[in-house]
Design a protein around this ligand. Structure first.
Ligand SMILES: [Fe+2]
Length: 363
């Protein structure tokens, strides 16, 4: 299978990975052939694209970071918590369930601990907040595993990450859901969510004490420019330092009403470029090794006119994947493979970008 951005979808393409709607319903199942109506629907709901199967990619396997089932179940769990927070809900039952789900995520990720994150996340506008929470937990735990944190700490980190934005339920919905950039006053209001979330969690939830620290510190920046306290460096809790990298990466990679999603490689360059200012460089350095800037199945343009599908990524050499060249200067060719990490003949070639424009004629 390979990933085809929404703008490049065409009638007749065959779906390779089920696409889920905001209530976890199956919108398009594996094997369905796209027609005009489906394509318009995918674009209207602002999905970044879909995975499809074709002759060029049918042998390419992409392994989910966590299973779809667990991802949807956890998304529904956090949605319930967000929706019910202001009602008279049972905080113990809610967090017990969430702890179980986070434990399952830790188990699944530990079982594949040598794997890199290679999946483009297919989320739509309507469930952004909840899937973002799940993604931040997954990315934080992946980073924690690579840092060698123990099982108990990983669960505490996951719980902190999944609840990191719980304070947003106390912010005016018009601000949280505003489809354009916030004014200075609105942003000041929005900034209150980390402290409000921390106070709420401390009062209502019986979490391990470390889990509260990620909620309050997830917008602190390593250079002291963050909020709410402007903490600097190692004064920021470990969970706060990990969650901030995961949070920013996933937010940048998501389509928002006021801006287009950045590609994984662009988001990764943002993380790299801010490693000495916003982030703890040790943590962002670990993150960069575990999340692929050119995920398997994406179609990339190279500096010498080649177009290619990414086949495999290597942890320490994230800009140099193994690829299948499918076109040269936009002309069809007999596909062939190159390993940008080890093949000498490729030394003067670089990947320029992930292709996401229809005019490329590549899909
Ligand atoms: Fe936040």
């Amino acid at each position: 299978m390979r990933f085809v951005p929404a703008s490049c979808l065409r009638e007749g393409m065959q779906v390779a990975k089920t696409l889920y709607g905001k209530n976890s319903e199956k919108l398009l199942v594996t094997g369905v052939v796209l027609n005009k109506k489906y394509i318009l629907g995918i674009r209207r709901l602002c999905y970044p694209g879909v995975y499809i199967d074709d002759d060029l990619s049918k042998d390419i396997e992409i392994i989910n970071t966590i299973s779809d089932e667990l991802r949807l179940e956890t998304m529904n769990g956090i949605k319930k918590i967000f929706v019910e927070v202001k009602d008279n809900h049972d905080p113990k039952a809610a967090t017990d369930k969430m702890t179980q789900q986070v434990d399952s995520i830790v188990d699944e990720l530990l079982a594949n601990k040598n794997m890199m994150v290679n999946m483009i996340d297919l989320k739509c506008f309507d469930n952004y907040t909840y899937l973002h929470s799940v993604n931040v937990a997954v990315l934080a735990i992946v980073t924690g595993i690579a840092m060698g944190l123990d099982r108990v700490t990983l669960s505490r980190l996951g719980l902190s990450a999944i609840l990191h934005d719980i304070g947003k339920v106390f912010i005016n919905k018009k601000i949280v859901n505003k489809p354009s950039v916030l004014t200075t006053e609105e942003f000041e209001e929005m900034k209150k969510h980390s402290l409000l979330g921390y106070n709420y969690a401390k009062e209502k939830y019986k979490l391990p004490s470390a889990s509260y620290t990620g909620i309050i510190d997830h917008h602190e920046k390593y250079d002291g420019s963050g909020y709410p306290h402007g903490k600097i460096g190692q004064d920021i809790s470990l969970f706060g330092r990990i969650i901030t990298v995961a949070d920013i990466y996933d937010a940048l990679s998501s389509e928002r009403p006021y801006r287009k999603a950045m590609s994984p490689s662009e988001s990764m360059e943002y993380i790299m470029g801010n490693s000495a200012s916003m982030f703890d460089p040790k943590i962002s350095g670990t993150f960069i090794r575990k999340v692929a800037p050119y995920p398997i199945g994406t179609t990339v343009k190279l500096s010498n006119g080649y177009s290619a599908i990414v086949l495999e990524n290597f942890e320490a050499y994230c800009m140099r994947p193994r690829i299948r060249v499918i076109k040269i200067n936009d002309e069809d060719i007999e596909p062939f493979e190159l390993n940008l990490m080890s093949d000498f003949s490729t030394l003067n070639i670089v990947i320029e970008n992930i292709i996401d424009d229809y005019e490329s004629g590549l899909f």
